[in-house]
Design a protein around this ligand. Structure first.
Ligand code: HEM
Length: 287
């Protein structure tokens, strides 16, 4: 992931096909390794599926293999299946884990917010019980924490590049056909014209607000919007609430090595994904 997000000097001279930093070469090696891994997974699953007593587990791979055997008009061949898995793996892992890491970092930097969130969980879930998917709608403060984390730390700060299919005019500004467009979700989430004290982590701003991250409110678009909105949104939202709720309900947390909330490093590092420059290191204390 890190290699994919590095600025490549050679991209400024597309005709010359330069790869002075060796980024393209290293990415090609990693890409081949991933494809070999997917090939192995596919072979193993296809072998299992050939057995008479195989019971389908209806996971992503099983469904793709079923579709590929149904002779659909658009041929879903082995190569396409591997690329679909690659897209999902790339899109799913780094985004969800880094959002969770940012949320925990913000909570440890803002002990009052953490305390409020734990209070809500204690009241709704009860001590000793595990957070379940059905509880999420009853946890407005936890939901507000997830939104506030995504406002300040969108996993793809510039979303994914888009290309104008036709000339478009927006507020008398003409975008010619073929232009590559980058949408700065990071800057939108911190725009002082739109957000009060934008740099403060303040989940309360989402309490009693209808605003959500599903692409309808253009002030908060961590998953993008429109036809290419993140297809993993429903899964990501569920996983984030469950994991974050579970972590703060089941454990107390402290920062390691005498780091205080005030001295916690919250800098991010440049790349395709918005990651913490210094990984968060925290210690769980059993409740
Ligand atoms: C916190 C978690 C996540 C965030 C913030 C996130 C964000 C995004 C964003 C911003 C885009 C580009 C949308 C655009 O440019 O308009 C995207 C695309 C995508 N995401 Fe996610 N994502 C997350 C989790 C997931 C998960 C869990 C999956 C899969 C299970 C996934 C799969 C994908 C795929 C396949 C695309 C490409 C879609 C396309 O090209 O049309 N994402 N995601």
């Amino acid at each position: 992931m890190e290699e994919l997000g590095k600025p490549n000097f050679g991209d400024n001279f597309p005709i010359a096909n330069l790869d002075l930093q060796g980024i393209r070469r290293r990415v090609a090696i990693l890409f081949r390794k991933m494809m070999d891994l997917f090939d192995k997974m596919l072979n193993e699953r296809m072998e299992l599926r050939r057995m008479n007593d195989y019971i389908s587990i209806d996971d992503f791979l099983d469904i793709l293999l079923q579709l590929s055997h149904q002779g659909n008009s658009e041929k879903l061949d082995r190569n396409l299946i591997k690329h679909l898995i690659l897209d999902s793996v790339v899109g799913a892992i780094e985004t969800t884990t880094s959002t969770l890491e940012w949320a925990m970092a913000e909570l440890l930097q803002n002990p009052k917010v953490l305390q409020e969130a734990r209070g809500e969980l204690k009241q709704i879930i009860g001590e000793g019980n595990l957070v379940e998917e059905s509880n999420i709608t009853c946890l407005p403060y936890l939901q507000a924490i997830v939104k506030e984390t995504m406002r300040l730390h969108p996993s793809f700060p510039l979303l994914l590049p888009k290309k104008a299919e036709a000339d478009i005019e927006i507020h008398s500004f003409v975008i010619p056909k073929g232009t590559q467009l980058l949408i700065n979700a990071w800057a939108i989430g911190r725009d002082p014209k739109f957000w009060e004290v934008p740099d403060l982590f303040r989940p309360e701003r989402f309490i009693r607000s209808e605003m959500d991250v599903k692409g309808r409110d253009f002030g908060l678009i961590p998953f993008g919007g429109g036809r290419r909105i993140c297809p993993g949104l429903p899964l990501a939202i569920r996983m984030l609430h469950l994991m974050l709720g579970g972590l703060i309900h089941s454990f107390d947390w402290k920062l390691e090595n005498n780091i205080t909330p005030e001295s916690l490093d919250m800098k991010d590092k440049y790349g395709l994904f918005l990651q913490k420059a210094q990984p968060l290191r925290i210690i769980p204390i059993s409740n």
